[in-house]
Design a protein around this ligand. Structure first.
Ligand code: ADP
Length: 624
């Protein structure tokens, strides 16, 4: 006997499942049936494509049985691919998905919140421990001779022993606890299987003993019969006619393939006939998958060919920016034994992919129009991946530009570019936006002062991806998108009076530039400031301060030192007074302080901190 310890993550997950999902404990059965169905899918594929498996006697089925009495048990068996000892240790002793630890650590400990979040992760096999004191998995891998028994009480350890099993496949035996004993009942099981698994493509049988009576009075005899009854329709849900299917059918199917405990936010079922014959069924989870921002995220779309499962591990089936989609693609036109290499450059698949993406984006745009509340929920989770699409999916950029949302200085909540252009001032030409790391800082930025005064809307872009994506987009319709953080964005705001004032302080600007030297690229009169004396902006083609931070964070070295442009507000009392000053030492201090305060507000680093404090103190002393 070999005794092993669960990896720490497993213990954490077990604890979480037991404490946050007890009110939905019956989902354990959906999870076990779903695992069996996956195991059958995998073996079915091998029996159709690999010579050594073609000769196997494969009758795909799932059997559920139970024992009553003192020791109540429930067994879920399948004739699927099975596991060997190595598989068991790997799949039922660890969690191989990266980011698991961080995800589990982020859970709040509040059962209500956690129960909805755990759906992002997927519940799986370990949910059995909600209803069982002990779980045994007796399994033999197809093509191998040795069978194995995995056994655990879910308390930190498990054992793996060699046992015998006549055929390949898996039995999961639950020794039901107080929470679970109600499931040792024909009626209960029949109800749950119907509810959760009617769409499973393989037959599910329930075994039970039926007692009946024969004869009358004293002759009455009890008769016990052992029955095996098929409970589900055993047809792939996506192949059924859409008109037959209800929202609930789709929701249950989604939960089975995603292991999510919540209903999906959106689904789209397409049955294409004609030159190309295929079916797709896509879902959007309510909560973004926990690994959405990991390079090794788990893809959520499964490929089938003529209802035979091919792979669930192909990231190319859908564009990367749509990696949060869950669902299936089932093609009638692909050969069964498609290899990975063939898949990647297959025209049929490429066609299904591009048609599907167009259709999905179209449906989301309808959602935005017809159900803004739901669309808001969608945007809260998926705005960022959609923005990724703006640079990675050029062909759909127009549609994506209609789908992405931004925060704004004028409207509350999320705004669209279309909405922005509809609200634009009559003579306004450009769409203005400000980028940075933090919404509050941006909203208080001196760069916005003149826009606010003139009632011009500015989009607040506090997502680091905005910096990269939006300049690449450049235009929305006829309107150029201009970053308020850059020099030149205020051209449109300039009045004759501004130009006049700019001229008046030219000599002062020269003096300031002389003091600042090559700390700045240029010193200019600003038209965008009203309450603040100065601000810094980036030259039109230089990266902004935030973008430089991001490049550094992404590991880019040798970023040249881009110098900012200092803009000075000609109407500000400090500047007006400075203009009349003859005190060179004071001009020097104030010039430097004008730059330093502008840098601080922008989130840039002030390198000479000691000098800054000294200057500040000198000025304070003078003022007191
Ligand atoms: P998930 O199904 O999300 O991967 P689970 O914890 O439910 O997570 O299962 C872990 C793994 O154990 C599965 O991915 C599969 O490889 C294996 N497994 C579970 N049940 C079975 C089964 N009945 N037959 C074969 N393999 C199984």
């Amino acid at each position: 006997m070999s005794k092993k310890k669960f990896k720490a993550e497993v213990n954490q997950l077990l604890h979480l499942i037991i404490h946050s999902l007890y009110s939905h404990k019956e989902i354990f059965l959906r999870e076990l049936i779903s695992n069996s169905s996956d195991a059958l899918d995998k073996l079915k594929y091998l029996t159709l494509t690999e010579d050594e498996f073609k000769k196997l006697d494969f009758e795909p089925r799932i059997d559920i049985s139970f024992t009553e009495g003192n020791a109540k048990t429930l067994t879920v068996s399948d004739t699927g691919i099975g596991m060997n000892d190595k598989d068991l240790a790997e799949h039922l002793g660890t969690i191989a998905r990266s980011g698991t630890r961080a995800f589990l650590d982020s859970m709040s400990g509040d059962a209500n919140k956690d129960s909805s979040l755990i759906g992002q992760f997927g519940v799986g096999f370990y949910s059995s421990f909600m209803v069982a004191d002990k779980v045994e998995v007796i399994t033999r891998k197809a093509g191998e001779e040795t069978a194995w028994k995995w056994s655990s009480n879910g308390k930190g350890e498990y054992t793996i022993d060699e046992v015998s099993r006549d055929t390949f496949g898996t039995d999961v035996v639950l020794y039901l606890n107080n929470e679970g004993e109600e499931y040792a009942s024909r009626w209960q099981l029949e109800n749950i299987i119907k509810k959760y698994s009617d769409h499973i493509a393989f037959p599910i049988y329930l075994e039970y003993d039926q007692t009946s009576y024969e004869g009358e009075g004293d002759d009455k005899k009890e008769k016990k019969e052992h029955k095996i009854e098929q409970i589900n329709a055993a047809s792939a849900l996506w192949k059924r006619s859409k008109s037959e299917l209800t929202d609930e059918d789709y929701h249950e199917f989604y939960k089975t393939i995603s292991h999510d405990t919540e209903e999906p936010l959106f689904y789209l079922h397409t049955q294409a006939e004609g030159t190309m014959e295929y079916t797709t069924l896509f879902f959007v989870p309510k909560k973004a998958p926990f690994d959405m921002y990991q390079a090794d995220y788990r893809p959520g779309v499964k490929l089938y060919v003529k209802r035979v499962f091919i792979t669930d591990d192909d990231k190319e089936l859908m564009p990367v920016y749509l990696r949060f989609l869950r669902g299936i693609i089932d093609s009638e036109d692909l050969p069964l034994n498609v290899s990975r290499e063939i898949l990647q450059k297959n025209r049929i698949l490429a066609n299904i992919k591009s048609t599907s993406v167009k259709k999905i984006l179209g449906e989301w745009s309808k959602m935005a129009e017809n159900n803004p509340e739901k669309y808001n929920e969608f945007i809260e989770e998926y705005n960022r991946p959609l923005k990724e699409g703006l640079y990675s999916d050029f062909g759909n950029r127009e549609s994506l530009l209609e789908l992405v949302r931004f925060k704004s200085t004028i409207e509350e909540g999320w705004v669209s570019l279309k909405g922005y252009t509809e609200r634009m001032k009559e003579d306004q030409k450009a769409i203005y936006y400000i980028t940075g790391e933090d919404e509050t800082t941006l909203r208080n930025s001196p760069l916005l002062e003149a826009y606010r005064e003139k009632g011009i809307e500015v989009l607040i872009m506090d997502d680091d991806i905005d910096e990269v994506v939006i300049p690449g987009v450049g235009k929305y319709g006829d309107h150029e998108m201009k970053s308020v953080n850059r020099s030149g964005a205020d051209e449109e705001l300039k009045t004759e009076k501004d130009k006049e004032k700019g001229k008046e302080i030219k000599p002062l600007l020269k003096k300031i530039k002389k003091v600042l030297g090559d700390k700045v690229k240029e010193v200019k009169a600003s038209t965008r400031l009203s309450d603040s004396p100065s601000c810094i902006v980036a030259d039109e083609n230089d990266p902004t301060v935030q973008m430089q931070h991001m490049l550094k964070a992404m590991g880019q070295k040798d970023i040249p030192d881009f110098k900012p442009i200092l803009e000075v507000n000609p109407s500000h009392p400090i500047v007006v007074k400075l203009k009349g000053s003859e005190d060179d030492a004071l001009i020097e201090d104030v010039s430097l302080l004008l730059l330093e305060q502008a840098m601080l507000i922008d989130g840039a680093e002030v390198k000479d901190r000691a000098g800054f404090v000294k200057r500040l103190n000198r000025i304070m002393e003078m003022a007191l």
